[in-house]
Design a protein around this ligand. Structure first.
Ligand code: ATP
Length: 319
């Protein structure tokens, strides 16, 4: 093995750059050539490929986004798309791929792996929605962003004695809402996994008001129900003044936390270690604070579970 191809795909996540830097530097240290593929699978199909050197990844460890850019690519899901990718991989003399992204990206990587291309996947998605790993790169940075927003909203919420709904990302996985809700001291958390119980939210607002509480923060994961509908329902049932803040894409950017940079650096390094020891078709991850690697297919089949204990702690502490 002489040449590694490296790409980032799907939604960008803070820490992807730190992982890119790690893969490139660990490869060059081990006398491997690294070909950077721009715009994910799209760029692979279009041959947007160029060699990376040590300096090409200088000054990126602290930057959000991905210097290789990212894209979604429907053509890659087709047989013709995969054939085209195999040709490009051969033409550019790529012996193995390191692929960064979420579970869609991993499925794409598996298609290549099934056809004999050595691949290693690194989980990068702010949603933390992959079941086989406790952690995906970018998650804690997104949580920090939300907690920072909650703290600011809490100030104005208290000043005006209002309830505030903070809509966050995570339509299929409530981890961002759960972790930021706990860290931000939110009174209510509404995620897909638990469903919507407006009466419970209203009861908390009324109980809080009766004991002189001035603010009430509700963290709502997007895509479950309209935050404006929730706002209207709360107004009707409690008479409280309610404001809605949708955080949106602000959650995807920003300088990665130290934890994300460390995870990214460790996983990037480990990806090259695995390839050098002739292992491939593996997904890197974290379990019980240890970096692990797992068969890609097996990893894709592990269902994500919701942390009920954490949810109950959040509920208990927000009485
Ligand atoms: P995020 O969790 O941030 O959305 P993701 O990696 O899950 O990231 P997707 O848009 O689902 O993002 O997937 C990224 C790309 O991976 C797709 O645009 C497509 O090129 C490829 N891909 C997704 N699913 C498959 C599949 N079943 N087979 C082959 N390729 C796939």
């Amino acid at each position: 093995m002489k040449t590694i191809g490296l790409l980032t795909s799907g939604g960008d996540a803070p820490g992807m750059n730190a992982a890119i830097r790690s893969v490139v530097r660990a490869s060059i240290f081990n006398k491997l050539k690294v070909m950077g593929i721009r715009h994910g699978y799209n760029g692979l199909l279009n041959g947007e490929i160029g060699e990376m050197d040590i300096s090409s990844v200088a000054d990126i460890i602290h930057r959000g986004g991905t210097m290789l850019r990212t894209a979604r690519c429907d053509e890659f899901k087709t047989e013709e798309g995969i054939d085209k990718a195999l040709n490009i991989i051969e033409v550019f003399g790529i012996d193995a791929l390191v692929i960064l992204g979420g579970d869609g990206t991993f499925k794409g990587a598996k298609s290549l792996s099934d056809l004999g291309v050595p691949v290693i996947c690194i989980p990068c998605t702010i949603d933390n929605d992959m079941g086989y790993t406790d952690y995906s790169i970018g998650f804690m940075t997104a949580v920090e962003t939300v907690v920072d927003a909650i703290s600011k909203i809490r100030d104005t919420s208290t000043s005006h004695g209002r309830a505030n709904i903070v809509e966050v990302m995570g339509r299929d996985c409530g981890d961002i809402a759960l972790y930021s809700g706990l860290a931000g001291g939110a009174e209510s958390i509404i995620v897909r996994e638990t469903g919507v119980d407006i009466d419970e939210v209203c009861k908390k607002i009324i109980q809080g008001r009766n004991r002189g509480k001035l603010h009430h923060i509700i963290v709502l994961a997007e895509g479950i129900t309209s935050p404006y509908k929730v706002s209207e329902d709360i107004k009707d049932k409690t008479g409280a003044e309610v404001r809605v803040t949708t955080l949106g894409h602000i959650q995807r950017g920003g300088t990665p936390t130290s934890f994300d940079r460390i995870m990214a650096s460790k996983m990037g390094y480990r990806a090259i270690e695995l390839l050098l020891s002739k292992k491939s078709g593996r997904a890197l991850g974290m379990r019980c604070n240890e970096i692990i690697d797992m068969d890609l297919e097996e990893a894709l089949n592990v269902e994500k579970t919701f942390d009920e204990d954490m949810y109950n702690i959040t509920k208990t502490l927000s009485i």
